[in-house]
Design a protein around this ligand. Structure first.
Ligand code: ATP
Length: 489
């Protein structure tokens, strides 16, 4: 990371904390690694992002329905899905610093360095060797690569490495109070399996016809070997996943469709197209016949925000085998029974939150010849802004606060509104800019005479005078979900 991007990333973390968006978990006890709490504004923003996703999936599509499955699942689920045996990361310890790393990430960092130094051929060979070692689950080879390329521990600077070992990322716990009767269960590492095990329930009770989708938002847990980059890689995080069940043979067409649909969804939030790119998987998971990541350009480079995977019939077939329940669908159009194929879209809510934050945080220089001035603004799309409008009496006297309270009381039935009467009006505007409030409604002396107020627009800082009676309609128009959703169809 260059100094400039490093500073920008630091400013995201400190702004998120200072204004009540994201706090380290249990901070009074010095926090818990890779676990974060969302504060008073962060939880509002997160709720709005969830609503945007849910509406675009479930509300806009007649053939997609949503569920909310439990975090705990029967342990056989994870045998069937392959997570018990295969949800591993290769890890390596440095004996001097006692620090633990993901072996593949150490090598990837080296590839990045080769590329930065213009050693493109070396980078390509190393990438090829890494892919081959990972494909063959060859842990000894990973260690040899690390040694051959003189990869040292960033902390101790030495090459005193342990062997590479597999590390299962699932958190296990005991269910049941009796020690001998307790059963080992897992905190789900993805929400998708809650959808697969409910495939028959939803298909039958909802009389769903293929193609159809099941959507879900919920927590997932992964004991990540190393945690870094703020809410990018957490041990407890939230996913928004949709499994789309299709006729075998049509999956690649649907995969292409979902790939475009999902990119459009991200772009509707207002980011520049150049901030996003597709990254096709070269190395496919054993169950997939196509996979792509949607990557966003974070201050630390392009990284995955969402994965779109054509998972074939792998999951349903596995559950059929382990549960001995038929996971079939009778397709009346072709008069055939089959196990549907699945195209999955899976976006991390926390990573999405970070993209929105990184994309919205702007330091603006407003200096003129007369005076120096600047402001920090969160330019959220109004539909997802945590606070839609602030009601501000110009002064604390002459009946202005009472009038402002009246306006607030009417608007708060529909929108999330803040009231603020402390400090000079300019300072209050800046406070609202810093939390991304798109509109400020100012009540002044003229208000008492003609029942009008000013609306200040966050991005342009322009003000217009409008009638109080019109406020509800105007704000609805400005912050309504259709501003976002209409871009998707
Ligand atoms: P990565 O390669 O970055 O570990 P992944 O390929 O394992 O991610 P998936 O299993 O495809 O991720 O999960 C789908 C989405 O869930 C990801 O695109 C990401 O947005 C989110 N996600 C996965 N792991 C984490 C995590 N530890 N913290 C936050 N979000 C995560």
């Amino acid at each position: 990371m260059s100094k400039q991007t490093d500073d920008f990333f630091k400013s995201i973390i400190s702004h998120a904390k200072e204004y009540g968006f994201v706090f380290p978990s249990s901070e009074i006890y010095d926090g818990l690694s890779a676990v974060y709490d969302y504060g008073q504004l962060g939880s509002e923003l997160k709720n709005n992002l969830k609503a945007y996703w849910w509406k675009s999936m479930v509300q806009l599509n007649e053939n997609i329905v949503g569920i909310d499955a439990a975090i705990f699942m029967h342990p056989t689920t994870w045998k069937a899905s392959g997570h018990v045996d295969g949800f591993n990361d290769p890890m390596i310890d440095n004996k001097d610093s006692k620090k633990r790393y993901r072996a593949d990430q150490l090598i990837e960092d080296k590839i990045d360095r080769y590329e930065k130094d213009g050693k493109t051929e070396k980078a390509a060979t190393l990438q090829h060797d890494l892919d081959e070692a990972l494909n063959n689950d060859d842990l000894a080879r990973l260690k040899t690569i690390i040694e051959d390329h003189n990869i040292v521990c960033p902390v101790s600077g030495t090459k005193n490495w342990t062997d590479v070992r597999q590390f299962n990322l699932m958190f296990a716990t005991q269910m049941g109070a009796m020690a001998d009767g307790a059963e080992q269960v897992y905190l789900r590492p993805e929400t998708a399996q809650g959808i697969f095990v409910n495939f028959l329930n939803v298909q039958k009770t909802g009389r769903m016809k293929i193609p159809f989708g099941i959507a879900q938002i919920g927590k997932a847990f992964r004991n990540e070997v190393i945690a870094r980059q703020f809410i990018m890689r957490m041990r407890e995080f939230e996913q928004m996943e949709m499994q789309f069940f299709v006729r075998p043979g049509s999956e690649l067409e649907w995969f292409a469709k979902w790939k475009e649909t999902r990119l459009k969804w991200h772009l509707a939030l207002g980011a520049d197209t150049s901030k996003y790119r597709f990254h096709d998987h070269v190395k496919l998971a054993h169950y997939a016949n196509a996979a792509v990541d949607i990557e966003y350009e974070f201050p630390f480079g392009f990284k995955e925000v969402e994965g779109i995977h054509s998972r074939t019939d792998f999951d349903l077939k596995q559950h059929q085998e382990f549960s001995k329940k038929k996971m079939q669908y009778f397709d009346p159009e072709i008069n055939q029974n089959y196990i549907p194929y699945v195209v999955e879209t899976s976006v991390g809510l926390d990573r999405l939150f970070l993209t929105v934050f990184a994309n919205s945080l702007v330091h603006e220089d407003l200096s003129t010849e007369e005076k120096q001035d600047s402001r920090v603004v969160l330019k959220f799309h109004p539909a997802i802004a945590p606070v839609k409008a602030a009601v501000l009496p110009l002064t604390k006297k002459d009946g202005l606060p009472e009038k402002a309270r009246e306006i607030m009381a009417a608007l708060k039935m529909e929108f999330s509104i803040q009231y603020d009467e402390k400090d000079a009006i300019g300072k209050r505007y800046r406070r609202q800019d810093a939390i991304g409030t798109p509109y400020c409604i100012t009540v002044d002396h003229q208000t008492l005479e003609d029942n009008t107020v000013t609306i200040r627009h966050r991005d342009s800082m322009q003000q217009e005078r409008v009638a109080i009676d019109e406020l509800n309609t105007i704000i609805t128009k400005l912050v309504g979900w259709n501003n976002l959703l209409k871009q998707l169809i």
